[in-house]
Design a binder for this molecule. Structure first.
Ligand code: SF4
Length: 389
C-alpha cells in the first residue's frame, strides 16, 4: 500500500537528470540534447560537486530512492555511474535498501555496462522499449529494434537485475488494438520479462517535429476514443494476467515492485532535482534548474545557484497538489489521516464540497480511510484531479 501524502519529514528522493541522447526522437519534449556527449565527463564532475553541495544543505534528511532519468542515462559508462553513486553515498545518508534506478535505451546495453552498473549499486532498470512493433518504432523515430529490447532483458537478467521496468507508448499513428495487444502479450509471455510496466499515451507536445507534422496533416493521431480503447485494453490484459494497476500509467507484478522513487512524487514528497533541467521539491519550495548543460555545469563550478526558477508553494496549492498527485494512485488514493497530519486540515475541511460533487457524478469514491478515483474517473483522470488545483 502507498499512503499519500508523505509526512513532511519522510526520506527524500534524489532525481538526477542526464540530458544527453544519441538522437532526438520526434515526439520528445524532455530536456535533452544530441551531439553534446563530449560534455559528459564535465557533467559527471559537476554532478559530483552538486551532490556534495546539496548534501551539505540537506544533511538532516535521509535518502531512500535515487533515480537517474533523461535523456539517456545509459550513455554514462560504468565508471561514470560509479562516480555519481559514490558521490551520493559520500554526501547523503542513503538507506541500505535504497531503490536506485537508471533509465536506459535498449540499444547499447552490454553485459559489461550493466555488470558495472550493478557493481556501482544500481538495482533497478527502466528500459525505454516504447513498442515492440517495427513500424511503430519507425513511426516514433526510435533508433532501436524490438530485438534490442529483448536482448536487453536477457543481459539485465544475466547480470543479476531482478527489478526491471519497461516503458511502452500507446496511441502512435497506425497502431491498432491488435498491435497493442501483441506488444503486451510479448512482454507478458516473455520468460525473462519485466516486473514493472509504465504505459504512456503518446502526447503531441507543442514545438516537437510531431506537432509540426500533425499540424500539416502528415501525421494522423488517433482520436480520444481510440486512445481510451487502447488504455482499456491494457487494463484488461494486464488485469487478467494478475498485474497490479497501482497508478494511472503504472503496473507492477506484485505490490513490493511498485516504483518507490515515483511514489515520492505521487505522495507529494520531497525530492532533490540535480542536473540540467531537473525539477526539485523540498518543503514549500519548488525549483527548476538551468536547461542547458553548459550553463548548469558553469553554475555548479562557480558555486552559484543552479536553479533558474524557484517558487514558494502556498498551503492551498500544496493541498491541491496532494490531491492531484495522490488520486493518481488508483488503488490507494489519498489517505484521510495522512492528509490531516501533513496539511493540518481534514480532507472534508480542505475539499469537502469538491469531493462530494465528484462522488455525486461518479468520478470519485470514498471509504472510511481514503478517497480515490472510480473506474469512470480513471478514464478522465487528468480532468478529475485538475478540479483540486
Ligand atoms: S531517447 Fe528518450 S529522452 Fe532521448 S530523445 Fe528519445 S524520447 Fe527523448
Amino acid at each position: 500500500m502507498i499512503i499519500a501524502p508523505a509526512p513532511s519529514d519522510a526520506a527524500v528522493g534524489i532525481y538526477m537528470h542526464i540530458p544527453f541522447c544519441a538522437h532526438i526522437c520526434p515526439y520528445c519534449d524532455f530536456t535533452t540534447y544530441a551531439g553534446k556527449e563530449n560534455l559528459i565527463p564535465r557533467y559527471v564532475q559537476a554532478l559530483e560537486t552538486a551532490l556534495r553541495q546539496e548534501g551539505e544543505r540537506h544533511s538532516d534528511r535521509s535518502v531512500a530512492t535515487i533515480f537517474l532519468g533523461g535523456g539517456t542515462p545509459s550513455l554514462l559508462s560504468a565508471s561514470q555511474m560509479g562516480t555519481v553513486l559514490d558521490a551520493c553515498r559520500g554526501s547523503f545518508a542513503i538507506a541500505p535498501d535504497a531503490e536506485i534506478t537508471v533509465e536506459c535505451n535498449p540499444n547499447g546495453l552490454t553485459a559489461g555496462l550493466l555488470a558495472g552498473y550493478r557493481e556501482a549499486g544500481v538495482n533497478r532498470l527502466s528500459i525505454g522499449a516504447q513498442t515492440l512493433d517495427r513500424r511503430g518504432l519507425r513511426t516514433l523515430g526510435r533508433q532501436h529494434e524490438s530485438s534490442n529490447t529483448l536482448a536487453a532483458l536477457d543481459v539485465a537478467r544475466d547480470t543479476g537485475f531482478d527489478n526491471v521496468s519497461l516503458d511502452l507508448i500507446f496511441g502512435w499513428p497506425g497502431q491498432t488494438l491488435e498491435l497493442w495487444q501483441r506488444d503486451l502479450m510479448v512482454v507478458l509471455e516473455h520468460p525473462r520479462g519485466p516486473e514493472h510496466l509504465s504505459l504512456y499515451s503518446l502526447i503531441v507536445e507543442p514545438g516537437t517535429p510531431f506537432a509540426d507534422a500533425a499540424a500539416r496533416g502528415i501525421l494522423k493521431m488517433p482520436d480520444d476514443d481510440a486512445t481510451a480503447d487502447l488504455y482499456e485494453t491494457a487494463m484488461t490484459t494486464l488485469g487478467t494476467a494478475g498485474w497490479l494497476h497501482y497508478e494511472v500509467a503504472n503496473w507492477a507484478r506484485t505490490p513490493d515492485l511498485v516504483s518507490r522513487h515515483n511514489a515520492v512524487y505521487w505522495r507529494n514528497g520531497d525530492y532533490l532535482g540535480i542536473g540540467a533541467g531537473a525539477h526539485g521539491h523540498v518543503g514549500n519550495r519548488r525549483t527548476m534548474n538551468h536547461l542547458l548543460p553548459e550553463t548548469w555545469c558553469g553554475a555548479v563550478e562557480r558555486g552559484e545557484a543552479t536553479a533558474s526558477n524557484a517558487e514558494t508553494i502556498d498551503d492551498r496549492t500544496a493541498r491541491g497538489e496532494t490531491m492531484m498527485l495522490g488520486l493518481r494512485l488508483v488503488r490507494d488514493g489519498v489517505d484521510g489521516d495522512a492528509f490531516q497530519r501533513r496539511h493540518g486540515l481534514t480532507l472534508e475541511e480542505a475539499f469537502g464540497p469538491a469531493i462530494q460533487e465528484l462522488i455525486d457524478i461518479g468520478m470519485l469514491e470514498r471509504n472510511e480511510r481514503s478517497v480515490r478515483l472510480t473506474p469512470r474517473g480513471l478514464m478522465i483522470a487528468n480532468d478529475v484531479v485538475a478540479r483540486f488545483l
